[in-house]
Design a protein around this ligand. Structure first.
Ligand SMILES: Cc1cc2nc3c(=O)[nH]c(=O)nc-3n(C[C@H](O)[C@H](O)[C@H](O)COP(=O)(O)OP(=O)(O)OC[C@H]3O[C@@H](n4cnc5c(N)ncnc54)[C@H](O)[C@@H]3O)c2cc1C
Length: 475
C-alpha cells in the first residue's frame, strides 16, 4: 500500500504532535531533530548518560509528553533521525514539497536527502536579547541558555544571579536557576506594573480557558515568593561591569517606552546575569521554502499559515513558534492540525474542532501576554558608541550607525560586509533582527522584513560532506 511520506522537522511540542497526528492518519513519518533527544525547548531532556531518577523535575506535563514520545518513536511507520540537522531545502518541482537535505552529527559523509510528499516545519525559536554596554562579558547569558543548562544539564550559570528583560519566560528561568542551586538576587521586568496587570488580568475568562499555562505561571510566582526573590517591575539592566567577567550590573527604572529615568540607576553585585527580551522565530527553512511571511517589521515577522497550518508554499505546513510565539500548548495543537492535514487525514475529522479551538485560545492567551510585555521603542538609548552589537564579530553601535547613514552602504548586504555584524559563527541569529531594527530607526532603507532570516544554508556544512554522495532515505 502506498502511503504518504510526511517529513517533520523539529521534535519539540509542535513537531512531536505533528508526527503523532500524521501517524494516526496513516502516513509514513520521518522525524528529524538536530538534538539527540526529542522535546525541543519546552521538554529539554537530560542525556541518557545521566540516568536521572526523576527526569520530570522542572517539567510540566511530563507524563503526557513521555507517553507521546514512546508512542511516536516506537511506531513501525516512524523513522527517528536524532542528531540530524536540515541544512537546506531544494524545490525540484514547484507543485511538490521540497527535497530535504540532512546532515548527521559527527563524521563527514553522513549527508542524506529525504523526498517527502508533505513537509511539516516546526523548528521553534531562538531567545532574543537586546544589547547593552558590557553584555559581551563572560557571565552574561541569554535567559534561554541559562534555562537550557539548568534543565538539560542541571548546571547553574552562577552563584548569585540576576534575571532581567521582559516577558513571562523570566519566571521559569528564575525558578530553574533556584532548582539548579543559584541564589537569584532579583528578577527585573522592564514592563511597568500597570501594563502587566492590565495585560494579565483583563478578560479573566480567557485565563480559565488556559488553565494549564495559567497554573504554570502561578506555580512559578509562588516558588519565587517562597524563595523571597524580589520581582521588580519597570526596571531594566542597562549595563554589566566587571574585570574580565561580570561582577555587577547597573539597573535603572525605565518609562513605558524604556527610556531611563535619570538618577534611578542602582548597582547590584552578581556573578551572572540572564537576559531575555522575548523570542525570534527560526524562519530560515521557511524562507528557503518560499513561504510567505506576515508582520511588517524585522522584530515581528512570522510565517503565514491558513486554518489547516498550510503555508503559501505547496506541500509545506508550519507549526509552533514559527507561526507566532504562543507557548507549548498552542504549539502542540498547531502541530497536530498540521500533521493530520500533511498526512491527508479527513478534513472533517472530529478532533480537529477541539484542536483548532485549543490553538486559537492559546494564541489569544499569548497575544495578551505579548501585549503586556512589548519592547519599548527607546531601548537604543542604553547604547554607547562602543557598545558591542554583534558579539561574534564585536561590531559596535558606532559602526552600525555610520553604515546606516553612509550612502555607499545603504544596502543591508553591503552594510553587513562593512560592519561585519552577522558574519560570525552564529550568522546573525543573535544580532540580525536587532541590527535590522536599528537600521530602520536610523533611516536606512531596508524594506524586506524577512531579510534577517534569509539563510539558504540553515546549518554549517563542510566541503567534504558536500562532496560525499548523499544517502537517500525513503522514510
Ligand atoms: C531557549 C528557549 C527555552 C525555552 N524554555 C521554555 C520553558 O521553560 N517554558 C516555556 O513555557 N516555554 C519555553 N520556551 C518557549 C518554547 O520554545 C515553546 O513554548 C515551545 O517549546 C515551542 O515548541 P516548538 O515545537 O515550536 O519549538 P521547540 O520546542 O523550540 O522545538 C524545535 C525543535 O526543532 C529543532 N530544529 C530547529 N532547527 C532545526 C534544523 N534545521 N534541523 C533539525 N532540527 C531543527 C530544534 O532542535 C528543536 O528541538 C523556550 C524557548 C526557547 C527559545
Amino acid at each position: 500500500m502506498s502511503r504518504r511520506h510526511v517529513v517533520v522537522v523539529g521534535a519539540g511540542p509542535a513537531g512531536l504532535a505533528a508526527a503523532d497526528a500524521a501517524l494516526a492518519a496513516g502516513a509514513r513519518v520521518t522525524l528529524v531533530d538536530s538534538a539527540e533527544r526529542p522535546g525541543g525547548q519546552y521538554h529539554r531532556m537530560l542525556p541518557d548518560a545521566y540516568e536521572a531518577a526523576n527526569p520530570e523535575v522542572l517539567h510540566h506535563g511530563w507524563a503526557a509528553f513521555d507517553r507521546r514520545v514512546r508512542r511516536v518513536l516506537a511506531h513501525d511507520r516512524c523513522t527517528w533521525l536524532a542528531g540530524t540537522s536540515v541544512w537546506a531545502l531544494e524545490r525540484e518541482d514547484p507543485a511538490r514539497a521540497p527535497l530535504v537535505h540532512v546532515l548527521g552529527e559527527g563524521s563527514p559523509g553522513r549527508r542524506g536527502v529525504l523526498t517527502p510528499d508533505a513537509l511539516v516545519l516546526a523548528p521553534g525559536a531562538h531567545d532574543r536579547v537586546l544589547p547593552f554596554p558590557g553584555w559581551e562579558l563572560p557571565g552574561v547569558f541569554t535567559a534561554g541558555a541559562a534555562q537550557a543548562l539548568a534543565k538539560g544539564e542541571r548546571v547553574a550559570v552562577g552563584e548569585r544571579v540576576a534575571v532581567a528583560g521582559t516577558g513571562p519566560f523570566l519566571l521559569p528561568v528564575a525558578v530553574s536557576l533556584l532548582e539548579a542551586g543559584s541564589q537569584v538576587a532579583e528578577v527585573l521586568e522592564a514592563a511597568g506594573g500597570a501594563r502587566v496587570t492590565r495585560g494579565w488580568l483583563r478578560r479573566p475568562w480567557e485565563l480559565a480557558a488556559q488553565a494549564g499555562k495559567t497554573g504554570e505561571l502561578v506555580s512559578y510566582t509562588a516558588a519565587l515568593a517562597r524563595a523571597r526573590v524580589p520581582y521588580l517591575l519597570g526596571r531594566a539592566v542597562v549595563e554589566a561591569r566587571g574585570d574580565g567577567r561580570v561582577e555587577e550590573i547597573v539597573s535603572a527604572r525605565v518609562r513605558a517606552d524604556w527610556s531611563v529615568v535619570p538618577g534611578s540607576e542602582r548597582v547590584t553585585a552578581v556573578d551572572a546575569v540572564c537576559v531575555g527580551h522575548g523570542f525570534t522565530p527560526r524562519l530560515e527553512l521557511l524562507v528557503a521554502a518560499g513561504c510567505a511571511v506576515r508582520g511588517g517589521t524585522p522584530d515581528a515577522v512570522f510565517v503565514q499559515v491558513d486554518d489547516d497550518q498550510l503555508t503559501s508554499s505547496p506541500g509545506v505546513y508550519a507549526a509552533g513558534e514559527v507561526t507566532g510565539i504562543a507557548g507549548a500548548p498552542a504549539s502542540r495543537a498547531e502541530g497536530a492540525v498540521a500533521g493530520w492535514h500533511a498526512a491527508g487525514g479527513a478534513p472533517s475529522a472530529r478532533p480537529l474542532t477541539a484542536l483548532r479551538r485549543g490553538r486559537d485560545q492559546g494564541r489569544a492567551f499569548a497575544g495578551r501576554l505579548a501585549a503586556a510585555h512589548p519592547i519599548g521603542r527607546e531601548w537604543p538609548g542604553w547604547l554607547r558608541d562602543d557598545t558591542v552589537v554583534c558579539r561574534c564579530e564585536e561590531s559596535d553601535y558606532a559602526s552600525v550607525r555610520a553604515a546606516a547613514g553612509d550612502p555607499a552602504t545603504t544596502e543591508a548586504r553591503v552594510a553587513k560586509l562593512g560592519t561585519r555584524a552577522g558574519l560570525g559563527p552564529c550568522q546573525g541569529r543573535m544580532c540580525a533582527v536587532t541590527v535590522a531594527e536599528l537600521r530602520a530607526r536610523l533611516g536606512a532603507p531596508d524594506a524586506d522584513a524577512a531579510a534577517p532570516h534569509r539563510r539558504p544554508l540553515a546549518e554549517p556544512v563542510r566541503l567534504g560532506e558536500l562532496a560525499a554522495p548523499a544517502r537517500e532515505y525513503d522514510g
